[in-house]
Structure formats: C-alpha cells, structure tokens
Design a protein around this ligand. Sequence first.
Ligand SMILES: *Cc1c(COP(=O)(O)O)cnc(C)c1O
Length: 381
Amino acid sequence: MMSKMINEFIRDLYKTNEFIPLHAPTFDSTEKAFLLDTIDSTFVSSVGKYVDEFEKRVANYTGATRAVATTNGTAALHTSLHLADIKAGDLVITQALTFVATCNALFHLGAEPVFVDVSANTLGLCPNAVDDFLEQHAVLSEQGCIHQKSGRRIKAALPVHTFGHPVELDALISVCEKWGITLIEDAAESLGSFYKGQHTGTFGLFGAISFNGNKIITTGGGGMVLCNDAALGDRIKYITTTAKVPHPYEFYHDEAGFNYRMPNLNAALGCAQIEKLDTFIKSKRELAANYKAFFYNSIFRFVDEPAHAKSNFWLNAVLCPDQETRDKVLAETNGDGVMTRPVWRLMHRLPMYKNALRGSLPNAEYFEAHLINLPSSPVSV
Ligand SMILES: *Cc1c(COP(=O)(O)O)cnc(C)c1O
C-alpha cells in the first residue's frame, strides 16, 4: 500500500479534489452571530459576558472546579508553572516529543526541562522512565527532589497528552507522589479526552488547554487553565489580569502580574465552538476508526488510543516501517495536496534546549523517525 492509495483514501473521506489541510476549523452561523453580538455590545476586549460564559462551559465540560481563560495555551502553561512556584534554576521533567511551547513556558521562567522518554503506547511521558531517571539521578531530601549532580531541584513533571491520547495518569501520579514533585498537565491537545472517565487536565495541580486555530475547537488564539481548587482558581484569574486589587476606580497592583486575559471577542468564538465539541469528537473518532481499518494489515501501524482512555483523536498518526518510507509518503501525499507531516523535531535537537539534561529517549526517537500525522479535521456531516 503506497501513497497513491493513501491519497485516494483520504480524498474519498473528505470528498474533495482540493487541498486537504492537516486540521482546519469548522464554523457555522453561530460563530458569526456571537461575534456580531460582541461587536454590537462594544465589549470586544478584556471585559464581557462571553469570557465568563466560556469559562463556565469549559469547567462544566471538563469537571474542573475552575477554568480560567487566557490569551493562548503557552500563556496558560506559563501561568500554571508560575503558580506552581517554578522558578529560575528549577528543573521540570517533560518529554522531548512535544510542541516547543511546553519548553518555552519553562524557559521564560528561567527553569529548565529534563527530557525523559515517552511510552510506546501513549506517546506521552512514561511513568517508568521518570521513576528510573529519578532513581538514577535524584535524591529525596528535606528540600524536596534534588538532581544529584547539579544540586538543583526537580520540582514538577509536565506530561503532554500527545495528539489527544492521555498519558498513564495513575502511574504518573504515583511516581510524582513518591518523589514529592508537582504534576502539571499540558492538555493543550486533549480537550475532550478522558482517562478512566475523568477529563485530562484535571488530574494535576493545573492543566493547560489551547484553543489555537488548529486545535479541536478554536477561539482564534486562546487557552485555559484548569484547576480543582477554588482559591487557586482565584489566583489564576488575579495573576492573568495584571494582579489589580479590585476597586471601582483606583489602579493598584500588588504583584507583577501577566496580561493574559482572553478578549471577549475570542471567548464569543469559544462559546459557539464548544456547542459543537461533542459533534467534532464523534466525527473525529469515526475518522480515526476509518484510518485504523484502512491501515489494518498494512506495513503501516495506526496509532490507537491507549487502554483506559477515550481520546479526542486530535491528530491521527501512523508509524511507517522505516524512515525512507516515511519520507516517500510525506513527499507524495504533500505533492498531491494531501497535507501530512512528520512529528515535531525532538526538543533536545533545538538550539535552546540542546544542553538540557536528559535520559535515554528510544521511544521518542523512534516516533521522530517513523511517525506521520494525517489530515484530521472533522469530516462534515
Ligand atoms: C498547541 C500546543 C501548545 C500551545 O498552545 P498555543 O495556544 O499555541 O500557545 C502547548 N503544548 C502543546 C503540546 C500544543 O500542542
């Protein structure tokens, strides 16, 4: 089975001879109505009813006690890490197989990533690999988990629910508890993904979601911090809105806050999009089932959802038998206007993170060389 059959199959799914993007947003009249309503109200910026409404609806959907909207997913991560007391010089365990934002959020706090391998069946941070790394390189002291060689603190673990597939949360939580480190979830890609019936992003101290244009629902640009502690939820709101002490007309700020509040205009888009989230997930799960059946018994291996998880299948993926096949398929699908792409370059290959501490990364390296993402927009019904 080679590229020609793959192209034909995908063109058949999307019923088009035009260019097929990797992931495009879907809008209808609701988005337009909510946007017009926002413009008519003049509340297009940092105050307005749609922000509160969107936050409430995401909290309801995910089961989080609080959901606080931000300008984007990177800002949601930055805020989460800041409130988890991640400071300059701290180390945070994360995966090399991720989008660069995960590491950039750490970088801008002066903290550094420590790359540990991903699981073969989740594509997300591997609990055993984390425990092995810590057993080899860390000690648990009164100051917490210390990286022996550098004497620096390992403060948190930041797993990514890659392509919407939940990591092994039970095991990861146990490892975090054993080593006294905080769990923060990069749930940027996993809105609508559940682990043992509980929504991803609600297991750690914080979970960060993204509503970028290519995510499962979009606000243009946007993000959300989830947490299960009302007081912490208030802290997120406060720090993302310039830490202004409430007063009818006085301007007084008592700490250096961020200006990360999602504008009402974007939240209006979010309120329209979240109404369709379940429809999108249903369509994307059907799409995934179609891909799975198509690649069954071929030289390619479809990346399925892990056990105990219900994935949103944000991006579908297949593993090629070797890198040569991968490169051929990438060239021949893109050449025919069917957009596919390899997974991100691993983070330790980027100039900013090449000196970061890391364990051995055989699974991440395997995915880097073999994986292809396939067009994954919901098929219109
Ligand atoms: C999209 C994404 C982000 C960042 O979200 P933005 O809204 O683009 O800032 C962070 N981490 C992962 C894994 C992502 O896919």
